[in-house]
Design a protein around this ligand. Structure first.
Ligand code: SF4
Length: 351
């Protein structure tokens, strides 16, 4: 008869220097599967994320950051894409120039469009070459939906930066990615003056919630001449959250608390928390809300729970419990690492 024993996780009760919202999401998000956290932060596996995360983190947020520092949007766009996709940047530019002609040639599936495509085989060749580059270099860490393509991301981004800057940027911003925009004399800080400097620029703010040390990087903090504060996160997605969800958002609650503890925001100031949604239709949709009065105490509760479980090494995979649409495993960024590690933990004697 086969003997069933309980799997034993390796000791994991390591103190963390601080907790971030990214760690909290790894702990709580996947249908309550804190094994994601264990794989990522205890064992050090890298996850595989959706291609929209690549677009958001490596392209849009960097363009926006440069633009706040006074770099024209089109120049910021060129510099960021050059850094992200240098070997095919000229192909992307050539493809986009042809793409504009293609769109102008007539509607899809018309004779006029068909004629244009027949006359311009380079258009399809460039697209193939661009996606070949994507398959070679951008699929190890990111998964691409069938409908997503690198060329389409580039087109979307070109159209985005053609908008007037005031449609993309928040007025009266003074802190971007945790770093001040202006020096003590009120002059704009030229953080990206050196064209070769494409490194990520951010500064973490640290504080405590409950008695837990936390860290984070607020995307944008603005204060208008009347003293009203706006704390915003840049989001690249087509379905904005509602106002109530924004009010309750832990990440914005943490941003506000870190700003208060750093004396960037004072208790008597009126604050709005918000998401700036960069949508697929090239609209920037802001959603603003007053902070929830319950947000901070709930965050402290969640952090204390997480810290206790992390110290106890109390992690559990939820694989096999939920089914159908409720099963978090098919879309889990740690699915490959999870399979590998579960096999190792449950069958320690197999090589
Ligand atoms: S694949 Fe499923 S069980 Fe494994 S870490 Fe992800 S959500 Fe948890």
């Amino acid at each position: 008869m086969q003997e069933h024993t309980m799997a034993v996780l390796p000791p994991s009760s390591q103190s963390r220097d601080y907790y971030s919202m990214t760690q909290m999401r790894a702990f709580f998000s996947k249908g309550g599967c804190n094994f994601v956290y264990f794989l990522r932060y205890v064992l050090g596996y890298k996850g595989t994320y959706s291609s929209s995360a690549w677009l958001s983190v490596h392209i849009v947020r960097q363009i926006v950051q440069m633009a706040y520092h006074g770099i024209p949007l089109t120049e910021a766009h060129a510099r960021v894409w050059q850094a992200a996709c240098g070997p095919i940047f000229t192909q992307l530019q050539a493809w986009y120039a042809l793409d504009r002609e293609c769109q102008a040639s007539g509607r899809a599936n018309t004779k006029a469009r068909e004629h244009w495509l027949g006359e311009h085989p380079t258009y399809a060749e460039l697209a193939t070459s661009i996606e070949a580059y994507r398959n070679e270099f951008l699929t190890q860490d990111y998964t691409w939906a069938k409908s997503a393509s690198l060329a389409a991301y580039y087109r979307w981004c070109c159209e985005l930066v053609a908008l007037p800057a005031e449609r993309l940027l928040l007025p009266h911003a003074f802190l971007i990615m945790g770093q001040p925009l202006y020096d003590a004399g009120g002059a704009l800080i030229e953080r990206f003056a050196d064209e070769c400097d494409t490194s990520e620029h951010y500064t973490m703010l640290f504080g405590t919630v409950g008695n837990i040390r936390v860290g984070g990087v607020p995307d944008i903090v603005a204060i208008d001449p009347q003293g009203e504060v706006r704390i915003a996160r840049v989001k690249v997605m087509s379905h904005p959250m509602g106002q109530q969800d924004v009010a309750e958002d832990d990440q914005l609650t943490l941003d506000l608390e870190l700003c208060r503890q750093a004396r960037i925001v004072f208790p008597d100031q009126h604050v709005l928390l918000g998401h700036l949604y960069f949508t697929s239709t090239n609209e920037v949709v802001p959603v603003w809300a007053e902070p929830s009065p319950d947000g901070l105490s709930r965050l402290a509760w969640q952090l204390a729970h997480m810290d206790r479980r992390v110290h106890e090494g109390d992690f559990l995979p939820v694989r096999g419990i939920a089914t159908g649409a409720f099963n978090p495993c098919p879309s889990c960024e740690m699915a490959a690492a999870c399979r590998e590690e579960l096999r190792r933990i449950q069958h320690p004697n197999q090589s």
